[in-house]
Design a protein around this ligand. Structure first.
Ligand code: HEC
Ligand code: HEC
Ligand code: HEC
Ligand code: HEC
Length: 428
């Protein structure tokens, strides 16, 4: 227990490796990154202290690009490899466009108005990116789908982002896998590695202050954009303080960035992605828990091995995870508590989303009528851009308020206020 080692490595943009080794009971260089995990005690019946962190030699990679893949690790970490494969069980998809028909109006002129389904498990990333009806001419869409693309960026630099999608896709071997979160010394002593180069570019030293098991998911479950010059994937902030929807909007405004210009309204719009990382980091659990605490249950195999299941689940559907809430939430029925909270947020998302769609119609009418000056219309277009951004930031965050209901409500309130302001300018 005392000699448990946790290593947090960063693969910096240039390929240099900065290592900070955290040793329980004292730290050899770097910051205390597992601050909340120490002295916290066990959250549930199983604790990280019960894990036997193996020190083994990394297997020889069998992949073409030198990444050690899941099969290479299978013999050393059978349970982890097996549970990671079980992410194929999460194959349920709903169409957001059918669920919320107003989206077609709101996203008019952009790919999401044509095809927008919910996400599913990590075992489908490559299949789903190939099959989406949204246009994806360039390889940059592979950023969050496979370790092979992350490796390609490390090896060849940012030029690969603009390579033709099909050409690069043909070289991809695995869905999200060991290398994505652990690099090539994968899993030795639970070491986590940032393999997506843009994380270090955007966050710099901030990375070291974020819990590794949160940062590993934060390589992808984020708001991002493609840089105009290289189409490189980039995070629109530089630290936790600038991860707010206000600061991100200011960042995009300053660089004159928009994802698309809507033909009907003439507005320059932004499409928020899936800001779980940003939303969570500003929420009530940020200093207490990491993503793995709630989404990767600890399990014990028949031979006694204790490990983190790599099948990513909802804490509401897993007894082991639910048992960890008790420590802070007491005997609250967490399933009911969370569902009530989510129901309120979802209802309000629909309400504000419908208003946004009405605002879109009113602005379109005003543009067609051509009675207002371009300057007056631009003032409304700006409000529309902002209203859609704040609403979207909440709508596309996948926990529906469970990660941070205050931020969710704040986004919806802000959006609604901007819709009202814009409608008033249109005389509605
Ligand atoms: C390499 C990028 C990447 C990393 C790292 C990553 N994810 Fe994902 N995740 C995705 C993508 C892409 C999808 C959607 C896959 C699809 O629909 O085909 C997804 C899907 C999911 C889903 C399913 C969502 C749903 O609606 O069913 C969950 C939950 C999830 N990820 C949680 C996590 C957690 C927790 C971590 C960290 C331990 C993590 N992810 C790390 C890219 C990533
Ligand atoms: C305190 C526990 C907790 C922590 C910590 C946490 N989440 Fe969640 N997460 C939840 C809950 C609760 C839900 C809602 C689950 C449901 O609806 O069944 C959720 C939902 C999600 C979903 C949507 C899953 C789906 O099936 O639609 C994703 C993706 C996700 N979380 C990713 C993350 C990431 C990434 C982190 C870290 C940045 C994180 N979570 C941290 C509790 C947590
Ligand atoms: C999406 C990110 C992600 C992927 C993919 C992933 N891991 Fe992990 N891994 C984690 C996280 C997060 C932890 C938990 C760290 C913590 O909080 O203690 C972890 C923990 C571990 C540990 C430490 C022991 C334990 O159970 O906590 C090992 C070993 C490991 N992973 C091996 C692997 C192997 C082998 C693969 C591929 C088959 C893999 N991981 C794929 C994120 C990932
Ligand atoms: C280490 C302590 C701790 C653990 C463990 C914990 N929580 Fe929390 N949780 C908190 C605190 C503190 C708050 C904020 C309470 C408040 O604002 O009144 C909170 C609030 C929440 C909220 C409301 C979030 C919001 O923004 O409105 C949800 C949902 C939640 N927790 C779910 C869970 C679930 C599910 C688990 C178990 C998987 C869990 N929590 C485990 C400490 C914890």
């Amino acid at each position: 227990m005392e000699n448990k080692r946790r290593i947090w490595k960063l693969l910096a943009a240039g390929g240099t490796i900065v290592a900070a080794t955290a040793v329980a009971g004292g730290f050899a260089g770097g910051k205390d990154l597992m601050y909340h995990l120490k002295n916290r005690g066990a959250l549930g019946p199983l604790s990280r202290d019960d894990i036997e962190y193996k020190q083994v030699e990394a297997p020889t990679p069998t992949s073409k690009d030198g990444t050690i893949n899941a099969q290479d690790w299978a013999e050393i970490y059978p349970y982890i490899t097996l549970t990671m494969g079980e992410n194929s069980k999460n194959d349920y998809v709903i169409s957001y466009l059918e669920e919320d028909p107003y989206l077609v109006n709101v996203y008019e002129g952009y790919g999401f108005a044509k095809d927008y389904g919910s996400a599913r498990g990590h075992e489908y990333t490559l299949e789903d990116v190939a099959n989406t009806k949204r246009p994806h001419p360039m390889a940059n869409c592979l950023t969050c789908k496979t370790p092979n693309f992350a490796k390609m960026v490390q090896d060849k630099g940012v030029s690969v982002y603009t390579m033709p999608f099909d050409e690069v896709y043909a070289q991809m071997e695995e869905n999200v896998s060991c290398y994505t979160c652990h690099g090539n010394d994968a899993g030795n002593a639970g070491q986590l590695t940032v393999t997506h180069t843009y994380v270090n570019k955007a966050l710099g030293d901030t990375v070291m202050s974020i819990d590794p098991a949160t940062m590993s998911c934060g390589q992808c479950h984020i708001e991002y954009y493609f840089t105009p010059s290289d189409k490189e994937t980039m995070m629109p902030y530089s630290d936790i303080a600038t991860m707010t929807p206000e600061a991100i909007l200011a960042y995009y405004d300053e660089m004159g960035f928009s994802d698309w210009t809507q033909e009907s309204t003439g507005a320059h719009l932004l499409k928020a992605q899936h800001p779980e990382f940003e939303t969570f980091l500003q929420g009530p659990h940020a200093a207490l828990l990491n993503c793995a605490d709630c989404h990767m249950p600890m399990e014990q195999a028949e031979d006694g091995t204790i490990y983190h299941s790599h099948l990513i689940v909802s804490p509401l559907e897993n007894e082991q995870l639910l048992s960890t809430c008790v420590q802070c939430h007491g005997d609250t029925d967490m399933v009911t508590f969370v569902h009530r909270l989510q129901d309120r947020i979802v209802a309000r998302e629909k309400e504000v989303g419908q208003k946004l769609s009405d605002f879109n119609d009113a602005l379109t009418d005003a543009v067609t009528a051509a009675k207002m000056s371009e300057e007056e219309l631009d003032a409304v277009r700006k409000l529309y851009r902002e209203a859609q951004w704040f609403w979207d930031f909440c709508y596309v965050e996948n926990a529906e308020g469970a990660h941070n209901s205050e931020l969710a409500n704040h986004c919806l309130d802000t959006s609604e206020a901007k819709i009202q302001e814009g409608m008033a300018l249109l005389g509605k």
